[in-house]
Design a binder for this molecule. Structure first.
Ligand SMILES: [Zn+2]
Length: 58
């Protein structure tokens, strides 16, 4: 897996949380098959999602 620590402040790699609130994503990429994982590492952004998004029911 390869890791890109570059965070683009308002670029396409941001996840939209609300209309005006975005979280930067960090990506991990497997160069054998192209699989991509993305993570939010800022705990404040995760808290915002907890407040704003609907919880998935099991
Ligand atoms: Zn792979």
């Amino acid at each position: 897996m390869y890791y890109n620590e570059t965070i683009i402040p308002q670029g396409g790699s941001n996840l939209k949380i609300t209309a005006f609130y975005f979280a930067a994503l960090e990506y991990y990429v497997c160069i054998d098959c192209g699989y991509v994982e993305s993570y939010i590492t800022n705990p404040n952004k995760l808290q915002k999602i907890h407040e704003k998004w609907a919880k998935v029911k099991n």
